[in-house]
Design a protein around this ligand. Sequence first.
Ligand code: ATP
Length: 363
Amino acid sequence: MANVDTLPIGRASAVIPSGLVFEGVGRRFGRKRALHDVSFEIKPGEVLCLLGPSGCGKSTLLRLIAGIDEPTSGRILMDGQEISGPDRFVQPEMRGIGLVFQDYALFPHLDALDNVMFGLRELPRPQRQEVAEVALRRVGLSAFADAFPDMLSGGEQQRVALARAVVARPRVLLMDEPFSNLDKRMRDMVREATITLLRETGATSVIVTHDPEEAMRIADRIVLMRDGGIVQVGSARELYRNPADLHAARFFCEINELQGVVSKGRVATPVGCFAAPELEDGTEVAVCVRPQGIYIEGPGAGIPARILQRRFIGPVDHFEIAVGGMEVPLVARIRNAPPFERGMDIGLSVDPAEVLVFRAARP
Ligand code: ATP
């Protein structure tokens, strides 16, 4: 029998994680195509974020993994075995998958300890209690064991839900917007605690979010989705440095967008001329300049411009800058900016490494 004192207190016990493969997975609701041609792989033990705007199909994909819903085309494999598809459907409770929902889905009539014990239904009661107590201690909630959900803050409820999910030692843990109901300070705290716990258990984790910064902080890899399909799969660095298209670039950071036309492999803009490799002459493009790629000096150096607005926002100063030939002000984020204030004429330059050129998006 498990003994609380012999269990590694302060550390979650590790599991054997599963790998998942998606082969041409689709889900239709009548005429509505919620997912189409979804093909990618999740490695055992990987922490992966499904990222995308509202309605892009993230939760639908999560439900298919859990087995709460079935694909209308394609198949899903777990450790090489089909779990959803034309040949086989494995019932949700047989998949070894844990779930944490946005609203935590705690049982209101059970206290925190009993909620966690629910995740251990197959064990004898004394053992369930010991293991659940360790799990609550692990998420810092020992003192709340007999509190009911309505007596707990959002962050505490989330931690109970997490303890309930990991205590069953799932091979795959699915989380649907798990931090979205928390205020920023609580979100940062709970998110760090959650990630530590996920890394300790080693479970393959799939986390749905619409927040790019959150995805970048959490994930080994990010699956960027749009309109039911996958736009790009990669590490935070890959997606940020080399976004697949203009929408992906917009999703990851604030950008200045300038229009232009390719000529001899380059595109001229009011803030400089930039390389546009692999695009034919005459192609209409969007030139994206990251706000942190703009530098300012005194007048006479670089492109003539004028400061319209300057705001201190902590680590950087946020500038709006008028440049001849541009209809909208250029936004710049500058660390240790020179003492130039609103109304002053300046010279401006752009770091080409912070510029991306894409085929113009269709309106
Ligand atoms: P959000 O971030 O807002 O939760 P999401 O990316 O998780 O969005 P899904 O919930 O997966 O998006 O929904 C994808 C699309 O499928 C949406 O257009 C949604 O309206 C539709 N959809 C989902 N479930 C159903 C259903 N049961 N019946 C009809 N349409 C559905």
